[in-house]
Write a protein that binds this ligand. Structure first.
Ligand code: FE2
Ligand code: FE2
Length: 230
């Protein structure tokens, strides 16, 4: 949700409380139009999962190159791991841990799932630390260090695909139903504020740009390359 649309919404709410209902009809239709452009907290988090999925594809390409011993530039993997740490672990997962998990536990909803997801966040951070640390060219000189890096990346991919899919299809829809529309919108604004505080005006778009550059480095950016010739 853009800052301007949230400001518009606040102005609209103030207008509703100060004007008589007979004057509101045209403004209601305006507010509805405005509302369709807003990004709620679940959609926000799901877009971020999309970014994470693109990083998982870079990781897979990194493993393919390491195994094939061709054009292995581990700085691409390292930069990807840095995005995972700063954007996914220190921002996206913090939002889940601060705003979603405690509410689910308080209302005794999907508690077992929440516990598993939180344990996985912790495991993910350990794996990312290993990936970041071992993603240097000198790792390739040692077979055991290379195997350690490949194993950490594989474990990360294996855990995060089901992790984020479960959040998208089970956790977020349940969480959405638990909140009033007002609470849900306010949370969206909170997420947006934090995103821009941590990642500047560009926010998520800036992160996607960075991911795109990394995809280009590994020649997996061009989507048409993935279309089968049938
Ligand atoms: Fe998560
Ligand atoms: Fe998530």
């Amino acid at each position: 949700m853009s800052n301007s649309s949230s400001i518009d919404r606040r102005h609209f709410i103030i207008a509703c409380s100060t004007l008589g209902s007979s004057l509101l009809v045209p403004q209601i239709s305006f507010a509805k139009e405005d509302e369709t452009e807003e990004v709620g907290p679940a959609e926000d988090l799901m877009r971020e999962h999309g970014g994470l999925n693109r990083i998982l594809l870079i990781y897979e390409e990194g493993i393919r190159r390491i195994t094939a011993k061709t054009n292995v530039d581990l700085s691409v993997v390292k930069k990807s791991a840095t995005i995972v740490r700063t954007f996914i672990e220190e921002y996206h997962e913090k939002l889940e841990e601060e705003f979603i998990f405690p509410r689910m536990r308080k209302e005794k909803k999907l508690v077992e799932l929440v516990d598993t997801l939180e344990t996985q966040h912790k495991a993910g951070r350990k794996l990312t630390a290993t990936i970041e640390q071992l993603s240097v060219q000198s790792t390739l000189k040692s077979e055991s260090e290379t195997a350690k890096l490949i194993s950490a990346i594989n474990q990360f991919i294996r855990m995060y695909r089901p992790h984020e899919s479960r959040e998208d299809t089970v956790l977020f829809p349940t969480f959405h139903k638990m909140l009033s529309e007002k609470e849900y919108d306010m949370l969206g604004e909170k997420f947006e504020d934090r995103e821009h505080k941590l990642f500047g005006k560009e926010g998520f778009d800036g992160i996607v740009e960075k991911i795109m550059e990394l995809e280009k480095s590994y020649d997996i950016y061009d989507l048409t390359k993935f279309t089968p010739h049938i």
